[in-house]
Ligand binder design. Structure first.
Ligand SMILES: [Zn+2]
Length: 677
């Protein structure tokens, strides 16, 4: 599929020159003459920066493209917010998470800094207004999702904005080699071509060395420039425990910490969140369940109970935690093995933000290994299966063959899967693979905005009938009338958060506006259809015959090999008995200098062993690694490849491999492919 630039490059260049000449004198003045520290003090009230923040700020502040690796809770946002305040113009912040966007914008507004965001749930008119304002220097920060960058309506206006910096949050999403690749992130590199003089600050909390390189390449860094805060967490002890009675073990841990802060228990499935929370409650430990399938209001409620300490444990899927900053989390317990060390490190890192001693505990049993293999199969279904699912979805959405380019269809994917007898996760993987090959854009959980219209005429609003409408609801009503003039004629899309902003309401603002609107509805003043989450598939090209659907090596074989590599490292983390857990994590994230921590379970066990015993354990770990390699690639790996992998320890390899073959632990079929018992 050919990429069509939205305007030809020549026009582009002319436009750029024109716009640079026309660049308005900024009236949203920078903090004249203040040092970064003074800005920090003036707006945020802090006296000093946290480690590494100042170096990053100085680098990006001097106009250099910068990649900053800061662990979760390491104060990422300060690194682009402070230098922006020292410059003229607006900082374009690209982030995939709408909830985080809203939080940060609210925080900035509270500090008296002008900020706005654009997300997919907003009506075109609202978007237009924000863009216009941004062109007139009304904001210091404009938050957008990466998807926005592909829209002409946004791109064409970029030249009119005085953009002083681009901040890319979760920048690992741009790397296909990473664990969370999002195709929409690739649009950012196109923006870089348009704004060649604007420096970019890429932020991430987790990236392996190869992803670090890839981010800089994809974002077209002028030269390599990486700042890495050590990921070492001195106050965090890592423990791994194999146990068949996980609940019993969790109870023991939590009992031993009675009265000392709160806990997070991460589990694999939504169903498990409820099961485990119920069991903990029955054991006298207060717990709430949390997962992505809950209504936003319920989620907030549960989260707040946990935050304010009225509930001690939150049992959650990986949907929980983004943007949560609670200091006194004493334990993060993983009830199931996570999919990779990136996810594990980020989730475990939510313990001990207050720098007090805390524990990251991972529990596993044999079932967890089985789940890994199943997961791999779900994530990379056979290519022909991907083609079949493509065809079935097209039929399901009534898209005729050789038509459909540009269609954006809402789909109830659960219903589709149930009717056609497909596994949901597997179908999602198919859609992701199809997305990566340019056939469609899959947007799960996109927000369909709320709709609203007035039931009564404007003049009638002041009749006695409505005397008892509460004062707050009245204010909401007036704001709605001001923001959405068409609301008397027909349904219009409204955004509860925008109404809240306009009114200066913060905190659980959406909820308050929602209540007020429901109230107005009960008086019969308005009709109100609250927004909901829905899944959309946008077709980029006409429907193809399934056999003509091409699946690239990059989107399949290479990604699969990376996924296996991540799984391998995750399993090694739990199975190795001779390498410090903390060290293993840090090595994985590229800190080759990391030393043993002395507090993890491995360090403590090794302290009790003799050198001879340790040597024996090391050989066992080595065998584990060989077995694992074969196990995850069964039927796809031969002896020569394996030998190549272990060339740095060839003598050990030959000895152990021969022994494992002799004992039948590893077998070889006629074609030379290896299998593992
Ligand atoms: Zn250790």
């Amino acid at each position: 599929m050919a990429y069509i630039p939205y305007i030809d490059p020549q026009t582009d260049e002319l436009l750029r020159q024109y716009c640079e000449a026309q660049m308005p004198i900024a009236n949203n003045a920078k903090s004249e003459g203040l040092s970064y520290r003074e800005i920090l003090k003036k707006y945020w009230g802090y006296d000093s920066f946290r480690p590494m923040q100042e170096e990053i700020i100085t680098s990006i502040g001097s106009g250099k493209d910068t990649l900053a690796l800061l662990p979760t809770g390491g104060g990422k946002s300060i690194t682009f917010q402070v230098p922006t305040m020292a410059k003229n113009g607006v900082c374009l912040v690209i982030t995939p998470l709408v909830s985080l966007m809203k939080d940060q914008v609210e925080n900035l507004q509270r500090l008296g800094i002008k900020a706005a965001y654009i997300h997919s749930g907003m009506e075109p008119k609202q978007v237009y207004r924000v863009i216009e304002n941004a062109c007139y220097d009304a904001y210091k920060f404009l938050y957008i999702s990466p998807e926005r960058l592909s829209l002409d309506s946004f791109r064409n206006n970029l030249f009119r904005m005085d953009i002083c910096m681009i901040a890319v949050d979760e920048s690992h999403c741009i790397s296909q080699w990473g664990y969370d690749f999002r195709p929409s992130y690739l649009k950012i590199s196109e923006i870089r071509d348009l704004l060649q003089r604007t420096p970019v600050l890429a932020l991430t909390a987790t990236a392996t060395p190869e992803v670090v390189d890839d981010i800089q390449e994809k974002l077209k860094f002028k030269e390599k420039n990486v700042f890495r805060k050590t990921f070492l967490r001195m106050n965090l002890s890592y423990l791994v425990r194999r146990t068949d009675d996980k609940i019993e073990y969790i109870k023991r841990i939590l009992d031993s910490q009675q009265g000392q802060g709160s806990s997070i228990v991460y589990v694999r499935s939504r169903k498990l969140t409820e099961e485990i929370a119920a069991r903990l409650n029955s054991l006298g430990i207060s717990a709430e369940s949390y997962h992505a399938g809950l209504e936003a209001r319920i989620k907030d409620e549960k989260q707040n109970k946990w935050k304010n300490g009225s509930v001690r444990v939150i049992v959650a899927t990986n949907a929980f935690g983004m943007g949560i900053d609670k200091g006194d989390v004493r334990t993060v317990i993983h009830y199931n093995m996570p999919e990779n060390l990136e996810a594990y490190f980020q989730e475990a890192g939510r313990a001990g933000r207050d720098e007090k001693d805390s524990f990251a505990i991972l529990l596993y049993d044999n079932k967890d290994f089985g789940a890994f293999r199943k997961h791999l199969y779900d994530e990379f279904p056979l290519k022909d299966y991907v083609r079949i699912v493509y065809d079935e979805i097209c039929r399901y959405l009534n898209i005729p063959i050789h038509e459909g380019a540009g269609w954006n269809a809402e789909i109830d994917l659960w219903k589709f899967c149930k009717e056609r007898n497909h596994k949901y996760e597997r179908v999602e993987s198919c859609l992701n693979i199809l997305s990566q090959n340019g056939y469609l854009v899959y947007s799960p959980n996109a927000t369909r905005p709320s709709r609203l219209m007035f039931n009564v005429r404007r003049d009638d609003l002041y009749s006695d009938d409505y005397d008892t409408v509460p004062e707050f609801s009245n204010r909401v009503m007036e704001t709605v009338m001001r923001l959405y003039p068409g609301v008397f004629a027909d349904y219009v899309f409204v955004d509860e958060t925008e109404i809240a902003h306009e009114l200066g309401v913060y905190g659980d603002s959406r909820q308050q506006i929602y209540n007020a609107l429901q109230n107005l509805r009960s008086f019969g003043i308005i009709k109100y259809v609250p927004g909901k989450q829905a899944t959309f598939i946008e077709f980029l090209v006409n429907r193809q015959e399934p056999q003509h659907v091409a699946i690239s090596k990059e989107s399949y074989e290479i990604r699969k090999e990376r996924a296996i590599y991540r799984m391998e490292n995750m399993i090694q983390y739990v199975q190795y008995n001779t390498k410090c857990r903390s060290q293993m994590l840090l090595h994985y994230f590229g800190d080759a200098e990391a030393k043993p921590c002395g507090t993890c379970d491995v360090c403590r066990e090794l302290g009790k062993k003799s050198p001879a015993e340790i040597q024996k354990m090391q050989i066992e770990d080595f065998r584990t690694s060989i077995k694992l390699r074969v196990h995850l690639r069964e039927g796809n790996i031969n002896e020569a490849t394996l030998r190549h992998i272990y060339q740095f320890r060839l003598a050990d390899f030959e000895r152990e491999f021969a022994d494992m073959k002799e004992k039948g632990i590893i077998t070889c079929n006629e074609g030379g492919w290896l299998y593992c018992k």
